[in-house]
Design a protein around this ligand. Structure first.
Ligand code: GTP
Ligand code: MG
Length: 148
């Protein structure tokens, strides 16, 4: 089934939003397949955001991501990449709808609490980058209560 890479950024960890954010994905019906608290260095953050290296905010973005521990996760489910982005909300919290994570918990675009893969292919690359050790093999016993 489809998988996505979700990361609670350093501000989300420092602001004690980890349980709230995990709860939203759990309650939706998605399955947690990988989870770790990790502090990354600049080289790693630059690899994760390589597509944005030409942007004027790139250095600030990398400094933000290395500024404290993040919670790296793999979530699985039908359409989890696109639906995960909807749960997260628009990049700029000024435009994220209430009810989304960024809409409810963030103010500034440079402190927007959470990352989610933007496509199935980028999810695959990000999961390989963040979980080279692999992820859990399990199937939720709630599966048939969530899928027809
Ligand atoms: P991610 O899930 O973190 O990848 O966000 P996104 O896919 O919604 O946006 P994008 O990949 O374009 O940008 C990555 C991150 O860079 C954003 O989440 C912001 O934290 C930051 N960012 C994007 N645009 C700006 C900007 O104009 N100014 C600043 N300061 N940060 C930005
Ligand atoms: Mg992105």
């Amino acid at each position: 089934m489809e998988q996505t890479f979700i990361m609670i950024k350093p501000d989300g960890v420092q602001r004690n939003l980890v349980g709230e954010i995990i709860g939203r994905f759990e309650k939706k019906g998605f399955t947690l397949k990988g989870l770790k608290l990790i502090t990354v260095d600049s080289d790693f953050a630059e690899r994760h955001y390589a597509d944005l290296s030409a942007k004027p905010f790139f250095n600030g973005l990398v400094e933000y991501i290395v500024s404290g521990p993040v919670v790296a996760m793999v979530w699985e489910g039908k359409n989890v990449v696109a639906t995960g982005r909807k749960i997260i909300g628009a990049t700029n919290p000024a435009e994220s709808a209430p009810g989304t994570i960024r809409g409810d918990y963030a103010v500034d675009i440079g402190r927007n609490v959470i990352h989610g893969s933007d496509a199935v292919e980028s999810a695959r690359k990000e999961i390989a980058l963040w979980f080279p050790e692999g992820i859990a093999e399990w199937r939720s016993s709630a599966h048939h209560w969530i899928y027809e």
